[in-house]
Design a protein around this ligand. Structure first.
Ligand SMILES: Nc1ncnc2c1ncn2[C@@H]1O[C@H](COP(=O)(O)OP(=O)(O)OP(=O)(O)O)[C@@H](O)[C@H]1O
Length: 234
């Protein structure tokens, strides 16, 4: 479904990604793991079209995204749940969700999408009229994921959905991710919690200083001595 081919990405003169390649097949849950500042967010931004790609290419369902502006990518089925959630705090939960269904096709199927989001996160149904900014961190993350689902994505990218959440809430978040994957959604998940991410993912890529340093199935990575030493302290 998604093929990232040898991309280089810069912030001004500073190069953040060096010939990064990775793929996500239809129905797969793939995770990008690695330390702070390794370049994981930048990969998602490149796929979403928020950061331009200086070299290389991005293919979505076989078509190059290079000439597709960021605002047209959700219409193709690409959704990003950004780091920090980026909700509208003064709008209600329902209004935040509605803003996710922003194109005509998504608006036409809004009722169905609401039902899907409410089934995944029942709290959002009960709190529909509450201001998003007054909710807990975990609830706000649910709104951010729900808003992305309202655009009816075929590829859902999530940037650190568990960041800053209490352990119990992190468990609920991963249960929701597992459920979306079991329902057949294609997911690209960025996580710093390597062990947890690899337990839900089919495959993973380890990103180090802007490069893919290792890749493999989750089992391969979890049993790799270099991964265990560097990320799991074993
Ligand atoms: N807006 C920006 N301007 C300049 N440099 C940036 C910007 N955003 C990120 N960078 C740099 O690009 C590199 C990759 O950052 P990126 O945010 O992609 O890493 P990350 O792996 O997602 O880490 P984190 O978990 O902290 O988000 C880092 O060196 C970072 O300092």
């Amino acid at each position: 479904m998604l093929e990232i081919r040898d991309i280089d990405v810069f912030y001004g003169d500073a190069q953040a990604l060096y010939q990064v390649s990775c793929t996500v097949g239809a129905g797969e849950l793939v995770t990008l793991v690695g330390a702070n500042g390794a370049g994981k967010t930048t990969i998602l931004r490149a796929v979403a079209g928020i950061r331009p790609v200086a070299r290389g290419d991005l293919l979505f369902e076989g078509e190059s995204l290079r000439k597709v502006p960021a605002h047209r990518r959700p219409g193709l089925g690409i959704a990003l749940v950004p780091e920090g959630r980026e909700l509208w705090p003064q709008l209600t939960v329902r209004e935040n969700l509605e803003l996710g269904a922003y194109d005509r096709a998504a608006r036409a199927r809004r009722g169905e999408s609401f039902a899907h989001v409410h089934e995944l996160f029942p709290t959002l149904k009960h709190r529909a009229g509450q201001l998003a900014g007054s909710m807990s961190g975990g609830e706000q993350q649910m709104v951010a994921i729900g808003r992305a689902l309202m655009s009816r994505p075929r590829l859902l990218m999530m940037d650190e959905p568990s960041l800053g959440l209490a352990p119990l809430v992190v468990g609920q978040m991963f249960a929701a991710i597992r459920r979306l994957h079991a329902d057949g959604l294609t997911i690209l998940l960025v996580e710093q919690n390597l062990a947890r991410a690899l337990r839900v993912a089919d495959r993973g890529y380890v990103i180090e200083t802007g490069r893919v340093s290792l890749s493999g199935t989750s089992d391969q990575l979890l049993s790799d001595p270099a991964v265990r030493a560097a990320y799991l302290g074993m």
